[in-house]
Structures are given as structure tokens and as C-alpha cells.
Design a protein around this ligand. Structure first.
Ligand code: UTP
Length: 518
């Protein structure tokens, strides 16, 4: 299932550009011109579809042009028909289980499987940091960025990574992340004397791939080596009506939607990313969402901790702010780690506290994970097909019996998504790291009108953190606006010589020792 799961490297750039600049529909037409489906093709397709109860997909065949028929054939061929029925059945089960409380089967993460940054001595964290930087220098570390979402709530017409929350530098999320990667490569080299590259795998979707690629090209990959930045595309899943019939979006188009951030496992396999990791000897991956402005990309402390613990899968978590915060928590269900949604725990359980006053189920999931390459190979080859399906009832435009396209005013079908965290249960050794929210997590989800998880909160959170970095290094900041370029400091390190004993007035912008505010 899914389509066009290719990755772009320098070698493939020209070919990709051709495909991408033409856009989806033009490409379809081009394909159509190459092979016009015959009556035999139609009959064969009809038989295959009838075997799985989906023959309505070709009911408008007589009315279609040759090009439209070719597009429809391609849409249908991209569906794995044997898998489709299973998908719907599993989705229905999942829908029926929605809202079932898991309280009786729930256990918090064991104490020896979670490390709290706030309660760990600096010496120990330094050991992890050194390990992580060593792995980076050895070229064993990659970043897996999930950037295929449609960003509906933010309401921005481009991929979310291109959003500028209004920093003085005007940097977008993609640029900030790229600069953090560059800085980390330098820090690793300073420690070890060896330059290693961090490979950046970026998952896009049908909607985000072309503009993301164009943006990276226009910005010269932000100074990173182009061959170390690989874009690939996640797949899609068809939309179903409540009876399990795939919805027609147009007479010649199957309705489908991106398969969720958990689509990453299948897409990595189909796009050759798993193979690329093997070729480059990538062993450890930091996977995260595109929309966390405070993300410590390829955080060496996290990587070092996971490597030393010999974990194959891990999650960074933040302490839940209150029992009723609507965030999933990492916990154990029947002895296996998983993310338990807020709706799956009763109020009583979510309010439970340990003797030290902390919430028992406090490990808030923030879409920030570690995987070994071996683990991802295992998921790709075996467990991907068992991933839980999450179902949402949606208003899905459809073609009625008369062939007219309608947009319903209430939900008429389901969209299916997979979630990146649903692989935890397959881990042989799972660990978690509790990090400070004010240092590591501020998500950009909504437009400013929502008042939370929006551009102004992202900007303010970054300003606050960067001010804290300066103060921790012995400087003083008057006022609120404070930005430190990743080229100066990745996470507050090496600032003393620049700021100690000095006082700064807002707006502060530390760019580099020659050119900055100093
Ligand atoms: P969200 O679930 O918050 O979705 O994604 P979103 O697209 O950013 O925003 P809304 O819900 O449409 O408003 C969490 C992370 O998972 C990625 C997103 O890009 C983001 O980094 N994601 C989500 C994908 O890569 N693919 C998907 O199909 C969905």
C-alpha cells in the first residue's frame, strides 16, 4: 500500500525533481498515457475486487476517459487488496475498544527503567553525553524526523517545518533543527577529534514532500551535506464507510489519507531507508516530531543513556502537569510498555500519587524516541503488520450513486492511522528518560487564537530557555526576548566565556562570538 515511497539523494535528485515539479495529477496523466487499460484489465480488476467486496470502485468505468481509467487502475493497484479486509476488521475492533479503561492492567514504568534528568548527577549525565558524542563521531547516529502531518490545526499552507514562530532570526523549525545537527557534529568532533556525520532521514507525505524538498534545496540544505539528508514519503490508507466499503473520492479516485506517523516503519522499508542505514552503519536513531521547537535533535545524553543501557527502544517523557492533562502516558499494560491515552484511564487512577507526592502515572509521552537500527529492521520485517490501528470518524467527501461528488456535513466514514509509539511492546529492552518540560518540550500545534501550543507559546518558551542558559552560565538578562543561535550553543554549553558576569538587555540575540550581540 502507499505510493511513491522513494527517498531523494543527490544521485536521484534530477529524477525526483522531474517527478515532483510535475505534481501528482500531471504525473498520473503521464502514467496514463503510457498504458491505457483494456476491457481485459477491467474484467480482471472487477473479479479481484469482487473477491473482497470492493467492486463498487469500478462502477463508473464506462463513464471514464482512458486517462481516468489508468488513474483508477493505479489507485486500486496500490491497495493491497488482501490486506484491505483485515485492515477494516482490525479497525472495527479497535473502534469498539475505544474508551475501554485499562486501569486494572496498568503498572507504571519500573524505577530502574526510567532516568530522571532532574534527579541524576551531572557526572553521570556527562558520561552519557560523551558516549553519545562518540557514537556521533563514529557516524552511527541518525535522526528520524516525522514531518508528514498536515498541520490542520495550525492552519499553515506549507509543511509545518517551514513555520517561523517569530524569532528575531526568522528561523523556521527546519532551520533550527538543521543548525542543531551541525552544531552537534562539531561538538562531537571537538570531543573525539573525529568528524562524523549525523544522517537526517525526513519522513514526508504526499502533501509535504515536494514543498519540503524545494525548501531544503532553496536553502542549500542549511549547510548540511545533501547526501546526508534523505527525504522519503509515507504511505496512505484508504478511507472506508462504516460497512467496510472503500470510499470513492471521485469517479476515478480512491479516497485515502496519510497512514499516520506510525507509517514510518513501513515507509522506511519501502523507501530503502532500512537498507541505507545498513549501508552507512547507522546504529542508533533519534525519532521525533517536527513541531517541538525545543527539540534536542540527536541528543547525545539520550543516545548515550540508551546505548549504555543496551535499550533497543526508548522514549523521552515529561512529568504530567496535572492529573487531568490530556496527554498519553507511557506505562505498562499486562507487563508490556505502551502509551496509554488519557481516555483509557479513569480519573481515580490518573490522580493516584506515590508516597513522594508524584503522580503514579506521570510519564507524559512527547513523540520523542530512540530506536536501534536492529529494532527498526525487526519492526519492518515482522511487527509492522501487527501495529495497532487507530480510527477516527470523519467527514469524507464521496461520490454518490449518480456520480456526484458530495461533502457530508456529519461523519460518514473512517480514517485509519498508525502511531509511532505503538512499537514499544515489541522492545526487548525499553527505557525512558524523564526530561524537563521547560528545556525540551514546546509543541506547535495550534494557531495563536488557541492560546496554547501555538506560535507565541513556542517563541516564549524558547526565549525563556535561552535566557535560562545565559543565567546558568553566570550572565544576566533584562527583559524577555532572548535567542541563542545553535551555532553558539546546542543546549547551553560553552556559554561561560561569553556571558559570565555580563548583563544583557532584551532583545538578546547571541549569534556567534564575532558577529553576535556581544
Ligand atoms: P500530529 O498528530 O500532531 O499532526 O503530528 P499534525 O499533522 O502535526 O497536526 P494536525 O493534527 O493535522 O493539526 C505529530 C507528528 O507526527 C507527524 C507530524 O508531522 C508531527 O511531526 N505526522 C503526523 C506524520 O509524519 N504523518 C502523519 O500521517 C501524521
Amino acid at each position: 500500500m502507499g505510493h511513491n515511497n522513494n527517498y531523494c539523494s543527490m544521485q536521484q535528485k534530477q529524477q525526483q525533481q522531474l517527478q515532483l515539479t510535475n505534481g501528482r495529477r500531471l504525473r498520473n496523466v503521464a502514467t496514463a498515457k503510457r498504458s491505457i487499460p483494456t476491457m481485459t484489465d477491467y474484467l480482471k480488476l472487477h473479479t479481484q475486487l469482487a473477491q473482497v467486496g470492493q467492486e463498487h470502485l469500478v462502477k463508473f468505468w464506462p463513464e471514464l476517459t482512458d486517462d481516468e481509467r489508468a488513474i483508477l487502475v493505479r489507485d486500486i493497484t496500490e491497495l493491497d487488496l488482501n490486506e484491505i479486509k483485515q485492515y477494516f476488521d482490525r479497525a472495527t475492533i479497535s473502534m469498539n475498544e475505544n474508551g475501554i479503561k485499562l486501569d486494572d492492567r496498568l503498572q507504571p514504568i519500573a524505577d530502574d527503567q526510567i532516568l530522571s534528568i532532574a534527579r541524576t548527577a551531572e557526572d553521570k549525565l556527562n558520561v552519557y553525553r560523551e558516549e553519545g558524542l562518540q557514537q556521533i563521531s563514529n557516524g552511527h547516529v541518525a535522526v528520524l524526523l516525522m514531518a508528514g502531518g498536515q498541520g490542520t490545526r495550525l492552519g499553515f499552507d506549507h509543511p509545518k517545518g517551514m513555520y517561523d514562530v517569530g524569532l528575531q532570526s526568522g528561523k523556521t523549525l527546519f532551520r533550527i533543527q538543521a543548525e542543531r545537527i551541525r552544531k552537534l557534529e562539531q561538538l562531537a568532533e571537538q570531543q573525539t577529534g573525529k568528524h562524523g556525520h549525523i544522517v537526517w532521514y525526513i519522513m514526508t507525505s504526499e502533501h509535504t514532500k515536494q514543498p519540503t524538498l524545494a525548501y531544503f534545496e532553496a536553502n542549500n540544505y542549511f549547510g548540511l551535506r545533501e547526501e546526508n539528508v534523505l527525504l522519503f514519503e509515507q504511505g496512505s490508507l484508504p478511507c472506508f464507510d462504516y460497512d467496510g466499503r472503500i470510499i470513492l473520492d471521485e469517479k476515478h479516485r480512491v479516497a485515502r489519507s496519510p497512514d499516520g506517523n506510525g507509517g514510518i516503519y513501513r515507509a522506511m522499508k519501502n523507501a530503502g531507508i532500512l537498507e541505507d542505514m545498513r549501508r552507512r552503519d547507522v546504529r542508533y536513531l533519534h525519532a521525533h516530531s517536527v513541531d517541538n521547537i525545543l527539540i534536542k535533535v540527536a541528543d547525545p545524553v539520550f543516545i548515550g543513556y540508551c546505548v549504555q543501557e543496551q535499550a533497543d527502544c526508548a522514549a523521552k517523557v515529561v512529568e504530567k502537569s496535572a492529573p487531568n492533562e490530556a496527554v498519553g502516558v507511557v506505562a505498562m499494560v499486562d507487563g508490556k510498555h505502551q502509551v496509554v491515552e488519557y481516555s483509557e484511564i479513569s480519573a481515580k487512577t490518573s490522580e493516584m500519587r506515590n508516597s513522594n507526592g508524584r503522580l503514579t502515572f506521570s510519564a507524559g509521552n512527547i513523540c520523542n524516541h530512540f530506536f536501534t537500527a536492529d529494532f527498526l529492521h525487526k519492526i519492518g520485517s515482522t511487527f509492522e503488520r501487527e501495529l495497532k490501528l487507530h480510527v477516527a470518524k470523519k467527514k469524507i467527501p464521496f461520490v454518490d450513486n449518480a456520480g456526484k461528488r458530495l461533502t457530508p456535513d456529519k461523519p460518514n466514514g473512517i480514517k485509519i492511522e498508525k502511531f509511532v509509539f505503538d512499537v514499544f511492546e515489541f522492545a526487548e529492552k525499553f527505557v525512558a528518560m524523564e526530561v524537563l518540560r521547560d528545556e525540551e518540550f514546546s509543541a506547535l500545534k495550534n494557531a495563536d487564537a488557541a492560546g496554547k501550543d501555538c506560535p507565541s507559546t513556542a517563541r516564549a518558551d524558547l526565549h525563556r530557555l535561552h535566557r535560562k542558559y545565559i543565567e546558568n552560565a553566570g550572565g544576566l538578562v533584562h527583559g524577555d526576548v532572548c535567542e541563542i543561535s545553535p551555532s553558539v550553543s546546542y543546549a547551553g554549553e560553552n556559554l561561560e566565556q561569553l556571558v559570565k558576569g555580563k548583563s544583557f538587555s532584551s532583545p538578546v540575540h547571541l549569534r556567534d562570538s564575532l558577529n553576535g550581540h556581544l
